[in-house]
Design a protein around this ligand. Structure first.
Ligand code: AMP
Length: 225
């Protein structure tokens, strides 16, 4: 049995066409079913639905053989857990090029971020992405107090909790709706396929076939673009 960990939403939706190229079709729609384990048309492949931040944990500890996780999630996972209890880490064979977005710094309209940085002010920054933010500001030599949040980062500067946020931005509509402006682009994000190294050894042929089919789907998509 091959177990693939996915999170609901963009990652699930955008992984489906790549799985289809490998002949795998998920039998149930996670939006209408409450099941957490979804069968596929292949008797030896199943999908487990987990929170996006739990995908690396499931794969690393063998709860799933493979998974799809955003680069942001993988960086934060590694910073928090290192190579984990197993020490084996995660094999990352493919950038799937899906769920693309960026991690950016945003501030309220009217806040002079450049001047604050120039003057060496200490900034309060709210974010879920503390490892990414810590590295970015350390490299720039900007002093920051990081405030860890788990969601609705946009609210922090509006309530006086923080001067700035570090968050995922896709279209920029969420920032605009909350009167925030993007002042730094930290990194581009896309989702990666991650594989448990022990599973890769034990189920090599089946997993290789899956990786190769997904890689073929990605290059076909890029040729069409
Ligand atoms: P947007 O308004 O299109 O810029 O989207 C920004 C909001 O969607 C933020 O709240 C982000 O946390 C979330 N978001 C955007 N892209 C992604 C992604 N690839 N994965 C997860 N969340 C995302």
């Amino acid at each position: 049995m091959i177990t693939l960990a996915l999170s609901k939403g963009r990652i699930f939706d955008e992984t489906l066409p790549l799985l289809a190229r490998a002949g795998i079709e998920v039998a149930e729609d996670p939006n209408t079913s409450r099941k957490l384990i979804l069968a596929t048309n292949q008797p030896d492949v199943r999908v487990v639905l987990v929170r996006a931040t739990d995908v690396p944990t499931y794969v690393e500890y063998g709860g799933a053989d493979l998974g799809v996780a955003g680069l942001d999630t993988l960086i934060e996972h590694t910073a928090q857990w290192g190579l984990g209890l197993t020490g084996g880490g995660l094999y990352r064979p493919l950038d799937l090029g899906i769920a693309r977005c960026r991690v950016s710094v945003a501030v309220p309209e009217g806040f002079d971020y450049r001047a604050a940085v120039r003057q060496g002010s200490r900034l309060r920054v709210a974010t879920k992405y503390t490892a990414i933010a810590r590295d970015f500001f350390a490299e720039k030599g900007v002093h920051v107090d990081l405030i860890k949040l788990y969601g609705s980062m946009e609210l922090a500067p509006l309530t006086g909790l923080a001067d700035a946020i570090v968050d995922l931005v896709s279209t920029g509509n969420t920032l605009k709706a909350n009167h925030l402006v993007e002042v730094e682009r930290i990194m581009d994000i896309s989702s990666r396929l991650v594989v448990n190294p022990a599973a890769l050894k034990l189920k090599r042929e089946r997993i290789r076939l899956l990786i190769d089919a997904m890689a073929a789907a990605i290059s076909e998509r890029e040729c069409q673009a």
